[in-house]
Design a protein around this ligand. Sequence first.
Ligand code: PRX
Length: 651
Amino acid sequence: MPDIESLLKEKRVFKPDPAAARAANWNRKTVDAHRRLGERDPQRFWAKMAREHVSWFSPWKKVLVWKPPFAKWFVGGKTNVSYNCLDRHLEGEHGWRRNKAAIIWEGEPGDQRVLTFGQLHREVCKFANVLKSQGVKKGDRVAIYMPMIPELAIAMLACTRIGAPHSVVFGGFSAEALRERINDVGAKLVVTADGGYRRGEAYALKPAVDEALRGCKGVESVVMVQRTGQPTNFVAGRDRWWHELMEDASADCKPAKLDAEHPLFVLYTSGSTGKPKGILHTTGGYLTHVTTTSKAIFDLKEDDTYWCTADCGWITGHSYVVYGILANGATTLMYEGVPTHPGPDRFWDIIERHRVSIFYTAPTAIRTFIRLGDEHPKKHDLSSLRLLGTVGEPINPEAWMWYHRVIGGKRCPIVDTWWQTETGGIAITPLPGAVATKPGSATLPFPGIDAEVLGEDGEPVEPPNGGLLVLRKPWPGMLRGIWGDPKRYREQYWSKFPKTYFAGDGAHRDGDGYFWIMGRVDDVMNISGHRIGTMEVESALVSHDEVAEAAVIGRDDEITGTAIVAFVTPKGNATPSDALKVALRNHVTRQIGAIAKPKEIRFTDALPKTRSGKIMRRLLRDIAAGREQVGDTSTLEDYSVLAKLRDSDEG
Ligand code: PRX
């Protein structure tokens, strides 16, 4: 774990501004009290949070039933996520929020829509009735494959209203990836759109749905939003327009009183082996976790305009574009397109025009903006900003400093939040009113979260040594399993250390107990803040007719954090060529999506393997990084492979 030392040289500390800290939702005193309770009695702490932040139809009987590795939170309690995000802002004490903006949306071409809590509630009720009219019942799964338009949030919330778990598939994924997810989750209905806007052009989504559904039996109907108006294939008897169904739908739909452990959604994420894992989250615990963390970490206030740039196809979009923010009655901004259209200042323009006060984005975006130049943010008035956040990958201290200086005007605290699809909500993070930040560190665990860094022996490592990041006690937002695969759930997360959740990340702690996340220790790459398994890309490559074998690794990349490098052995009759490289890149895009497209492909007639046939990725990493001295090669079966690999074609 070589970068420990360099990170430890980071000595800059930023203390919370005293006035802002006093005004924070969670000031120093609150945080101290919560930490103490969270350590002494995490169940009591989370029960207190569940009472304070979530509305329940009936109270729970037991806070936690923990049969490792299976947890149940707030057992016997009944609630509903859409009720918490909508109805409770229309009645009683907060009833005045009816005409407050819930979603401020901007399309890439510049079109805008604002939905108040009252309007959003109406749309969600109507769409919930549409789902029912299409035969969707409590427990049925709904796949959602859409651009970032308000209907995406409406569809998600409507599913939660009737207790139909949703599975959102990122619109950038291919037909193949969509089919795999629809089949695995057993979806009954697909919500999609004709297309969306990206980089100034209308792209199509529906053809991928048509292709995915070919030969797929479970899906009975498709509901399609007309976003672009492009000519679209329509399958009679199966496909229906969103706007036509909504016209006749009643706006009266009572939220289902759901068990706290009722499945809320399944979201697929990459693992180190084989197919993507369907991460299962349930209702009461997840809602408690995301609502509490949103309020405390983003310090959400009534008059904030909060913008998280993530797509709802990822966990960040679930927890911190939609659920955690709306449950707090806060205004969430959604943007459809890319950061650089029509110009490199689109984000700053949005912040200025909507007076965004809280901005949450990914380090890869920040690095892109640094490269584009300071003049773009400087052209805009960013004085509305008061808090910044990052998520998805480690942020290098210099990028943190740039964010602090150029975007935050040196006055905004930065919350570098560590978490995962599996954790449901933020787990390690600064609290803006109480925790001093250090550039590059996610600082300390959220109260009630028991994070630690362990050595291979299962003991906490002493600073400055690095080790494996774990969570030692169950937490309410934790995944409840992998959809349909309890064995994999156990093996993947709970087999490394007894009764302890292993996150798959390396980390170390400094003398103040601060966490410094060092990235994945397994065969998962983090590309622009999104997890892609090496195996997935390899499977995609070898499914091409001209490929015999492939090994994929990640190499450091200035913008995306990691870039994919593929070592490919073509079949005997195939000719390695630039044309084949292009074909392979396109093939991976078709199989998985553009996000998994290798940046570099190298042809080689052999891969370095151990005697037992395992590919030695470590050596490939050294070679891809251009390191002369490769690590230990004593288990390598054929030494001549190394020399050949070094000569392998670059580019
Ligand atoms: O490696 C860690 C990295 O992203 C992984 C989780 O990816 P995913 O499930 O796609 O969720 C991303 C958004 C929550 C983690 O295992 N990661 C996430 N946040 C950070 C991070 N690495 C360092 N610092 C972070 N703040």
